[in-house]
Design a binder for this molecule. Structure first.
Ligand SMILES: [Ca+2]
Ligand SMILES: [Ca+2]
Length: 99
């Protein structure tokens, strides 16, 4: 998966790949449970502190507040990609492999 992400040069395409990575059950939406799972893995990868205001749980709520533009509690591919493209902070947080 990491290879296929870096092989894509277009940021939009890369973010679509990232979306598929987050959508663990492949139903076309990312829910909070899926995102918490991936955030936990990313935190492990970068050895980030998981407690306090930086906890993955709090981050995921923050991310959904910003990205879930129609408020249905899950992120579509469009919401995810445009959210990342509009917000550098979210992009770094959710897709650290994309510069
Ligand atoms: Ca899903
Ligand atoms: Ca939504």
């Amino acid at each position: 998966m990491a290879l296929s992400i870096t092989a894509q040069q277009d940021p939009q395409k890369k973010l679509e790949w990232t979306f598929f990575m987050y959508d663990i059950n492949h139903n076309g939406f990312i829910d909070k449970k899926e995102m918490r799972k991936i955030m936990n893995a990313i935190y492990d990868l970068f050895d980030e502190e998981k407690s306090g205001p930086n906890s993955p749980f709090i981050k995921v709520d923050e991310i959904f507040l910003k990205m879930d533009s129609n408020g249905d509690g899950k992120l579509s591919k469009e919401e995810f990609v445009s959210g990342c493209l509009q917000d550098d902070y979210l992009k770094k947080l959710l897709a650290p492999s994309i510069s």
